[in-house]
Design a protein. Structure first.
Length: 236
């Protein structure tokens, strides 16, 4: 009678048969099994060790089932492929973020147009933007101060589709001059009696760039705060 001694490491068995290891409860948790943080190379080496050990200790009268070996190899290939894909994606993301940061740095000292309804009036000059999905025959902007009081109503006339920058000279509807400071505005646009959706845009000067963190690359604009780099619609 042939006696077979199984010298397969419990850690290797736990690695190649995670479902079996999980079903065994606390017994497998104390066996020193590999964690999910092990590298693909380590998993490959452990698989080969397990395969050789199984072959050395198999019962000649009841050899290993080829389908089991094939299944284990498929699992190893999947784990290895996922590990390599994650590494490649991480490298790609880091490269894209570095490239985006370099591009954003070129905007320092330049004015950009981003979504928002704020106007910064300085020395009697302010700018804002209008975005239209289609051309409009009539566009109007109502500018209000911090107290919500209307200071000026601008008739911008007809405007094309897309993004357009608008200058405000700070003059009020009453014929006076608005003091420097922060203002807000609302837009209305139409083609005859048909309303056209108009998106308000703010203009601000970029003075620095921030990178890293979950927010990604951000432009620091004193009058608008931190703005995502991807929100920039136009550079003036």
């Amino acid at each position: 009678m042939t006696t077979t001694v199984n010298t397969v490491s419990p850690a290797l068995l736990a690695t190649m048969n995670p479902q079996t290891a999980a079903a065994s409860g606390s017994a497998s948790s104390g066996s020193g099994g590999l964690s999910g943080a092990e590298s693909a190379t380590t998993l490959q080496n452990n698989f080969m060790t397990l395969l050789v050990t199984q072959m050395q200790n198999q019962n000649p009268l009841n050899p290993m089932d080829n389908s089991q070996v094939t299944s284990q190899m498929a699992q190893l290939s999947t784990v290895s492929g996922i590990g390599q894909m994650n590494t490649s994606l991480t490298s790609l993301m880091n490269a894209m973020q570095a490239s985006q940061s370099m591009q954003a740095a070129n905007l320092i000292g330049k004015s950009v147009v981003v979504p928002g309804n704020a106007i910064s009036l300085s020395s009697g000059a302010g700018q804002f933007g209008v975005q239209l999905p289609q051309a409009a025959a009539s566009v109007k902007a109502v500018i209000t101060n911090a107290a919500g009081v209307t200071v000026d109503t601008m008739d911008l006339g007809s405007m094309p589709s897309g993004v357009s920058a608008v200058n405000w000279d700070g003059k009020t509807s009453a014929g006076g001059v608005a003091p420097d400071g922060q203002y807000t505005f609302t837009l209305t646009a139409a083609n005859g009696t048909t309303a056209v959706s108009a998106t308000a845009l703010s203009v601000g000067l970029v003075n620095s760039v921030s990178t890293g963190g979950t927010a990604g690359t951000q432009l620091n604009i004193p009058t608008l705060g931190a703005i995502n780099y991807s929100s920039v619609l136009q550079i003036i």
